[in-house]
Ligand binder design. Structure first.
Ligand code: RFL
Ligand code: PHB
Length: 392
């Protein structure tokens, strides 16, 4: 098989890139190791920046997002039993975020891929990248015991944190930075009306809690737990009680509980691969960087990568110009590091992370919250980052 761009991974990064390239007449093959059902079954992000929504619209897949997504112009931070509203729109001159689940985005992207008759090979096993430092790279994979070969001009590594693409870069060329947190987020999805029509991020002495939603009748809640906690320790009733105990009284009283429809624990990690380009390989999305979910920046940072990468590739195929591709790692990383900073800051602000410093960090956190919640300048900075920094 031969294509122009071989895309590894059919997550949001891979499929969005395929869609943008297809619309510009660039041929792609997408290789995905799991089944479509598996990819569609993953419950992840929910908060989209305007820049991401605009990218979806520009890619011709914004109709359902605009019909079913909810525009949110603020959220609450709960601290010491009091809810403080962060007026995103008022603080940023009218900017907002959209609530629309990653599962729905995956669905829209797969439909678009089908509509263009794009080649998406699911259950591609043992994907391997070859000759990435030459002008003629290729990718091999196996399926049902048979070996396959894809010749291409470029490889887009959109295969997430655990993918093979980043691992294909020689160790001596690979520069990475990582910070691991001692907690994970235990997330529960339930077919219950959300406790609030806006998100509530709660810093409580028992730990962090987040009340989010997917629609008027589907709620998404998180609490932080020690990272190695087994899921069996959290049957639904125990989860609901703990969540209530970490919320302000009015929210706890209004919480409607019900059987969970999904429950999982996601570890918190900050990670950046500074080598987002090696030869003919370009990394994008979680393959290149991870943020703790507190600032809702993971998927949004993947989207800005795809914005820069798609433009670089499209320019190359239109005119042969390589400037856009050369600039890709620089432009992408400049934005990624700001998302890393913001996500780290939101995480420190809202979690009671165990620190062996005699309470020093806790007192700093109190001062930080006191300053933030009483300073328009600090609130504006929070709001500006939460709605999303511009792509360029
Ligand atoms: P993905 O989604 O991990 O997709 C990668 C795809 O590559 C496939 N793959 C391979 N395919 C072939 N061969 C291999 N060797 C392969 N290895 C892997 C995988 O099967 C998969 O299909 O990466 P992508 O596309 O870069 O997308 C990134 C986002 O998924 C991620 O950043 C967000 O979900 C992060 N995130 C959030 N981001 C936000 O912007 N806003 C949020 O509100 C938000 N909430 C969250 C989140 C992530 C969470 N978890 C579970 C980590 C909430 C949570 C709880
Ligand atoms: C979610 O709804 O899944 C969600 C919302 C906000 C975050 C992270 C996750 O910061």
């Amino acid at each position: 098989m031969k294509t122009q761009v071989c895309i590894i991974g059919a997550g949001p990064s891979g499929l969005l890139l395929a869609q943008l390239l297809h619309r510009a007449g660039v041929d792609t093959v997408v290789l995905e190791r799991h089944t479509r059902e598996h990819v569609l079954g993953r419950i992840r992000a929910g908060v989209l920046e305007t820049g991401f929504c605009d990218l979806m619209r520009g890619a011709g897949i914004g109709a359902r997002l605009d019909k079913e997504g909810q525009v949110h112009d603020g959220f609450d931070i709960a601290y010491r039993g009091v809810r403080h509203r962060i007026d995103l729109s008022g603080l940023t001159g009218g900017h907002t975020v959209m609530i629309y689940g990653q599962t729905e985005i995956q669905h829209d992207l797969f439909e678009a891929r089908d509509a263009m008759d794009g080649v998406t090979i699911t259950e591609a096993k043992n994907v391997q990248l070859h000759d990435i430092d030459r002008d003629t790279p290729h990718v091999t994979y196996t399926m049902d015991g048979e070996n396959f070969h894809v010749d291409c001009d470029f490889i887009a590594g959109c295969d997430g944190y655990h993918g093979v693409s980043r691992q294909s870069i020689p160790t001596e060329a690979l520069v990475t930075y990582e910070k691991v947190y001692p907690v994970g987020w235990l997330g529960v999805l339930a077919d219950t009306p959300p406790v609030s029509d806006e998100l509530i991020y709660s810093n409580h002495e028992r730990g962090f809690a987040l009340c989010s939603l997917r629609s008027d009748h589907v709620s998404r809640y998180y609490i932080d737990v020690p990272v190695d906690t087994p899921l069996q320790e959290w049957p639904d009733d125990v989860f609901w009680e703990e969540l209530k105990s970490r919320l302000p009284k009015d929210a706890a009283a209004a919480l409607v509980t019900g059987p969970s429809t999904e429950k999982s624990i996601a570890p918190l990690r900050s990670f950046v691969c500074d080598t987002m380009n090696y030869g003919r390989l370009f990394l994008a999305g979680d393959a290149g960087h991870i943020v703790p979910p507190t600032g809702a920046k993971g998927l949004n940072s993947a989207a800005s990568d795809i914005y820069f990468l798609s433009r670089g590739l499209i320019d190359y195929y239109k005119s042969g110009a390589e400037d856009g591709l050369k600039a890709y790692p620089v432009k992408a990383l400049a934005r990624v590091w700001k998302a890393e900073r913001f996500s780290w800051w939101m995480t420190q602000l809202l979690h009671r992370l165990p620190e062996n410093d005699g309470g020093f960090s806790l007192r700093l956190q109190e001062a930080e919250l006191d300053y933030l919640l009483n300073s328009k300048a600090a609130l504006t900075s929070l709001a500006e980052n939460y709605v999303g920094l511009p792509f360029e």
